[in-house]
Structures are given as C-alpha cells and as structure tokens.
Design a binder for this molecule. Structure first.
Ligand SMILES: Nc1nc2c(ncn2[C@@H]2O[C@H](COP(=O)(O)OP(=O)(O)OP(=O)(O)O)[C@@H](O)[C@H]2O)c(=O)[nH]1
Ligand SMILES: [Zn+2]
Length: 323
C-alpha cells in the first residue's frame, strides 16, 4: 500500500535551517526519534510534526529541518513502499512503514494460537509484504513433532517455516536468520513467551541499550515495552546493499485487522485465490451462499475450516468499524 503526504511549507521556517533526511526509529505520541546523518555524523534527533499531524510511522523516511543540535521538525514523509496498521473497532493507527517482510515468531512451548498466526499472515498479504514463520525453541525436543505438524498448514500454503533456537543454538540461529534479514526491513511479531526478545538480542546485540536510549529520549517512562522500535543493523557483507533494519513491535494481540475491506480480505487468504470469481454470485461473500466455490473447497478439504472460520470472523470485524 502506498501513501503519500506532504506537509505545507511552514511560513515560520527559518531560512538557514539545516535540512536533512532520516528514518523514524521510534514513536511515542506525537514525538518521534529519527536516525539522521548530519555533518557525516549519525544522530538520533528528537522530532515533532507541524501542527497536530501524527501520521508518521516507525520506518518512515522523512525530510527534516533542524531546530537545534538534537531536535528537528518533520516536514514531509517520503513515499512508502508498504504500510502496516493496527486497528480496533474504534480507530486505525499506523504500525510501521516500509517494512519488506514480517517474521512471525512461534515456539514449541508455550503453545501459540493459529488465530494470531493467520491474522499476521493476512496483514502481510494485505500490505503486500512477504511473511516467514520462525519456529523457536526447537531444543525442546518433546514438543517438536507436534509443533511441526501444526505448522504444516502454513508450509502447505507456501509460507516458509525456519527452525531456530535462540538460547539452545544461538550460532545456528544467526546463520539461519541473517541471510534472510540482510538488506530487508523486517518486523518481528510474536505472542508473549515465544522468545522474540531473545531473538532480537541475538540479532541486534545492543538492542537493550538502544531501547533504553530511545525511552529516555522520548520520555516513555514505564511504557518501554509497548512502543514499536526500529534497530538499524550494520550490513556485515557490503555497505552498498540497502540497509538492514529490524522492527520490534509490541503485542501480537494488537494486530487488529478491522481496517481491511471485504475485497482485501478474500484476497489476503492466498488459498482462496483459485476459487475467487467462480462462485454463482459475482458479489458472493463466501459465507452461506449456494454454489460458492470457496465453501465447496472447504467442504472438499481444500481450504482448512479454521482459515475459513477466521475469514468469517475478520469479515464480521471489518463490518463493525466505527470510523
Ligand atoms: N528452551 C528455550 N528457551 C528459550 C529459547 N528462546 C527463548 N527462551 C526462553 O523463553 C522465555 C521467553 O523468552 P523471551 O525472549 O523473553 O520471549 P518474548 O517472546 O520476548 O516474550 P515477552 O517478553 O513476554 O514478549 C525466556 O525464559 C527465554 O529464556 C530457546 O531457544 N530455547
Ligand atoms: Zn463464494
């Protein structure tokens, strides 16, 4: 999804202010921390937008005007290559911009829910980005066969599943994940306890320090774990590759999809694709209609009932939005 927004040039802007560009690495209310190169030095600038606009997302590339040595105003946002939202019944908020792929972290233990995996996959499809499932804690051998079996549904849909163990096999885990991450902007999401923090600490060794710096700069206080943040990882291979960034987002539960329209939803279930356009009614909702190609595929076992059930639930949710 591509969005474009340009702030009006401010009449009050000083003529000699230094203009620069940067990447938004954290957002807290209408305050943003932006990583920018100023006089060949990488700085973290505390930024605000003009007026009441707050449609800036972590990962946005922004044009800035410096107002002091470590402060700037966001003047405009560069065109986005993707945009992820989190939404509920009442509002839709930007979650992250310019993400190229989504990693869903699950584990052998504790248990994960298919509902949350499928919601994340739908969000990725709707945003036009790739999705990978990272199965962590494979060192817990007893639970591994059962977990693999549960994930087969997603492998069959064509989503890659990568097996790792952040604590049990850190080196192999890095060797598995780094080639997937290089040159990409990856958002990690996962239910609590799956090991997302352990994985991030492995990939970004100074993640904790960076997070403390960000929360101090934005004065987020006790909300340190509830804001989305972006870590820029140095490319170990070649500096001319596009940058590598990792985005850590809070709770999976907040991955509401209320903003998706019916048309977007049916296309976000990739296994529905062969059947779309083959229903008796051209405006079929694939719910209870006669001669519905999607429902027939569910009956024939070609579409997992659990996925169709989630489609129905998401369709219901999208009809409940109050904005
Ligand atoms: N056995 C095993 N335990 C792991 C592994 N990775 C993480 N853990 C443990 O799983 C627990 C949860 O790990 P975290 O990294 O805190 O998980 P999280 O997903 O960030 O969870 P929240 O902080 O609740 O969001 C911790 O006790 C970790 O030590 C692994 O590869 N194997
Ligand atoms: Zn149908």
């Amino acid at each position: 999804m591509v969005d474009h927004y340009k702030a009006k040039p401010s009449k009050t802007a000083k003529i000699n202010v230094a203009a620069t560009i940067g990447t938004v690495i954290a957002a807290h209310g209408r305050h943003y921390l932006v990583h920018a190169e100023v006089d060949r030095k990488l700085l973290k600038l505390h930024c605000v937008t003009r007026g009441k606009k707050s449609d800036v997302a972590v990962g946005d590339h922004v044009n800035l005007n410096m107002t002091s040595a470590n402060q700037a105003v966001i003047e405009s946002i560069a065109e986005r290559r993707s945009l992820l939202y989190r939404s509920d019944q009442y509002k839709s908020k930007l979650l992250a911009a310019n993400v190229t792929q989504l990693f869903i972290v699950v584990a052998t233990e504790p248990g994960f829910t298919d509902d949350l995996i499928s919601r994340a996959l739908v969000a990725a499809e709707a945003a036009g980005i790739a999705a990978h499932i990272i199965l962590n804690k494979i060192d817990i051998a007893d639970a591994l066969p059962r977990t693999r079996e549960r994930l087969r549904l997603y492998t069959n849909l064509g989503y890659p599943v990568h097996e790792v163990s952040a604590i049990g096999m850190p080196e192999q885990t890095c060797a598995t994940l780094m080639p997937l991450l290089i040159g990409q902007s990856t958002i990690l999401i996962g239910q609590s306890g799956m090991g997302k923090s352990s994985l991030i600490n492995l990939i970004v060794p100074d993640a904790d320090i960076a997070t403390r710096e960000i929360s101090a700069a934005l004065d987020t206080g006790k909300h340190t774990t509830t804001f989305t943040r972006l870590y820029e990882v140095e490319n170990p291979v070649a500096s001319d590759l596009p940058g590598t960034s990792i985005i850590d987002s809070p709770g999976f539960q907040e991955f509401g999809l209320y903003q998706l329209s019916e048309g977007m939803l049916e296309r976000a279930f990739r296994e529905f694709k062969p059947y779309l356009g083959h229903c008796k009614f051209y405006n079929c909702h694939h719910l209870t209609e006669p001669s519905c190609a999607v429902l027939e595929a569910v009956q024939e076992g070609k579409i997992a009932p659990m996925r169709h059930q989630l489609y129905k639930q998401l369709l219901h949710e999208s009809s409940q939005t109050l904005y």
